[in-house]
Design a protein around this ligand. Structure first.
Ligand code: HEM
Length: 53
């Protein structure tokens, strides 16, 4: 994940927008809350490899 996003200058703001879109998509698709929480936990575990500025 670090290598895929290295040098892209993905910021905290980019990250926050990404999370908002992911949240809206899961709500639109009526993904059960428990599954949403699992997805969010997994995604958050990758943040440090993706956000670099
Ligand atoms: C946990 C969240 C994310 C995951 C699991 C993820 C996963 C990936 C993976 C696996 C690739 C490589 C694709 C390939 O080599 O074929 C990739 C590329 C990329 N990611 Fe992410 N990503 C995440 C978040 C983000 C965010 C937040 C951004 C920007 C706001 C972003 C922007 C990009 C871009 C621009 C590429 C390059 C696409 C390309 O070269 O065609 N990613 N991502």
């Amino acid at each position: 994940m670090k290598l895929s996003h290295k040098g892209m200058k993905i910021s905290e703001s980019d990250w926050a927008i990404f999370l908002e879109h992911a949240d809206a998509t899961m709500k639109a698709l009526q993904v059960p809350v428990g599954e949403c929480e699992q997805v969010v936990a997994f995604v958050l575990s990758l943040k440090d490899d993706i956000v670099e500025v």
